[in-house]
Ligand binder design. Structure first.
Ligand SMILES: Nc1ncnc2c1ncn2[C@@H]1O[C@H](COP(=O)(O)OP(=O)(O)OP(=O)(O)O)[C@@H](O)[C@H]1O
Ligand SMILES: [Mg+2]
Length: 273
């Protein structure tokens, strides 16, 4: 089993509530990400955030990204407890909003301006990402000329240029073929492990692909009465620590019986979320 230990809290969701109109969407949501370390290697954090459709994943995601203000509660980043604000994390939204009238290179240029003031340094960084994400042949193409997977990789590259340590991804696997899901999965792991404090939170309906690369899973659900009717807003109802279970940081993960057992456990829980 991989050796690991936990250090500081690097992201904290503290009693977040969200009411929209007269509808309680989120109620007392609490969650945290701690810096997981493994002696001798750099390990970022990957959290898989799962839950049924309409439960409130995207809303919490928007609150964590500082794009939506909760009715009450807070989200803090880093040891200095910096409150979430727009721009505090990279955000890859499901529809990959890119500037349609700019080329791939143009889109990345805009994203890189804030963090890379020096033009040469900016170019070096952009081209290394284009190579890494196999986008070099498309650098002069416009978004409308790209496939969904290519657009997605541009959107991810864009976020890597303008973000520091945190990346939130809403449905990064949706609409991709099996090869592309693998490619994006590998990329997520690579990005996470570029820096000890990197933290990637993946909202997804693809339980297996998400669990295969995550070190922690959050399951969002509501409290229910005995007839199965919801009695509250949504919260993080269950968490799975894959490090503790010996199911993180393993390339052969899908072949491990305990992994399959955990997936079945999650599928069962889903009926009651
Ligand atoms: N402006 C609004 N007013 C009232 N309710 C809203 C508003 N916007 C969203 N909702 C409700 O908030 C709930 C959570 O929506 P959210 O988009 O976070 O779900 P989700 O978990 O991301 O679902 P999916 O998996 O389908 O993307 C939904 O039930 C939705 O109907
Ligand atoms: Mg959503």
């Amino acid at each position: 089993m991989a050796q690991y230990s936990y250090k500081d809290t690097i992201l904290k969701v503290d009693n977040v509530n969200l009411t929209l109109g007269d509808k309680v969407i989120l109620e007392n949501v609490n969650a945290e990400v701690r810096d997981a370390t493994r002696p001798g290697s750099v390990k970022g954090q990957i959290v898989g955030f799962l839950g049924p459709s309409g439960i409130g994943k995207t809303k919490l995601f928007e609150i964590m990204a500082g794009l939506l203000k909760p009715t009450s509660g807070n989200v803090y980043y880093g040891p200095d407890k910096e409150p979430a604000h727009p721009g505090c994390t990279g955000v890859v939204q499901q529809n990959y909003p890119l500037f349609m009238h700019r080329t791939v290179l143009g889109n990345l240029e805009i994203a890189a301006v804030k963090n890379y003031k020096n033009a040469d340094e900016r170019k070096t960084r952009i081209f290394s990402l284009l190579d890494r994400f196999k986008l070099r042949p498309y650098q002069d193409s416009y978004p409308a000329q790209l496939s969904g997977g290519q657009k997605q990789r541009v959107a991810i590259a864009q976020q890597l240029l303008c973000t520091d340590n945190f990346l939130l991804m809403d449905e990064p696997f949706s609409g991709l073929d099996i090869n592309m899901v693998e490619e994006v999965s590998e990329m997520i792991v690579e990005i996470a492990n570029m820096n000890e404090h990197n933290t990637i939170i993946i909202v997804s309906h693809d339980i297996v692909s998400t669990a295969a690369i995550a070190d922690n899973l959050w399951l969002m659900g509501r409290e229910k009465d005995k007839d199965g009717n919801p009695t509250s807003g949504s919260k993080i109802k269950y968490t799975f620590d894959l490090l503790e279970r010996g199911l993180a940081w393993r390339e052969d993960i899908r072949k491990i019986p305990e992994f399959t057992e955990m997936i079945n456990e999650i599928r069962d829980l889903f009926h009651n979320l």
